[in-house]
Design a protein. Structure first.
Length: 239
């Protein structure tokens, strides 16, 4: 595993009723890194559990995956910021492999490409929708991606400079699209994808799935920025 200096990385963990998964997730945060648990209106005691386990807890009352992620980003202070789901489907202990290319200057944004470890870890309808979304992203940006997974890493100031505005399900997609428009080098690395703990708030419900599709269509309909965003490191991404 890649070693990094203490406090060089913050890990943003959007959280909505993840009391069961939190202990496993937080114990696997790499040593010296800071866990930022963003509570998005939990009613199961998740914020108290996270606090007791040593995480920095941020409250974001406005519901939405993007709202929680962005609250964590604005609360971060480290040079590099990671994002990871808080439902135990992804192992935070593998984050150094995602962060590595960013720290080495080889990439500006790295996404963890999900590889299911068991049947049912990733529902077929969700996987097919993700593949189609990746194709649409390639058509829109020219970047060849296989997955728009939630585990990712980039430099904090550069992310803030993207001016992300989506506060729901389109946030991860908007990050990739705007990074591509800014000339960032976007890369993927494989990460195991486990069956999540509890029910998905998005693909686990028809309403959540419909809302996610609507949010992502709106992001893909955005016009490219007139000028690249400065601050991602070395521009000229691999497409």
């Amino acid at each position: 595993m890649i070693e990094t200096p203490p406090s060089s990385v913050d890990v943003v963990l959007p959280c909505l009723d993840e009391a069961e998964a939190l202990p496993w997730v937080l114990e696997r945060i790499p040593s010296g890194w800071r866990a930022i648990v963003v509570d998005n209106g939990s009613t199961d005691g998740s914020p108290d559990i996270a606090h007791d386990l040593g995480a920095h807890v941020v409250s974001e009352p406005r519901r939405g995956f993007g709202a929680a992620c962005h609250a964590g980003l604005t609360a971060a202070t480290a040079d590099v910021v990671c994002f990871c789901d808080c439902d135990a489907s992804l192992d935070p202990g593998l984050l150094p492999t995602v962060v590595g290319p960013v720290l080495d200057g080889a990439a500006d944004l790295v996404l963890g490409r999900r590889r299911p470890t068991a049947r049912g870890a990733w529902p077929v309808h969700a996987r097919l929708a993700n593949l189609q979304l990746a194709r649409l992203v390639r058509r829109r940006t020219g970047i060849r991606l296989h997955d728009l997974g939630p585990m990712r890493a980039a430099r904090r100031e550069a992310l803030l400079a993207l001016g992300l505005t989506d506060r729901r399900s389109g946030y991860p997609l908007q990050m990739v699209v705007r990074a591509a428009d800014a000339g960032w080098r976007v890369a993927e690395t494989d990460v195991p994808y486990r069956p999540r703990t509890g029910r998905s708030k998005v693909t686990g419900t028809w309403r959540g799935t419909w809302q996610a599709v609507r949010d992502m269509r709106a992001v893909l309909a955005e016009r490219p920025s007139a000028a690249p965003v400065v601050g991602a490191g070395i521009a000229g991404g691999v497409r």
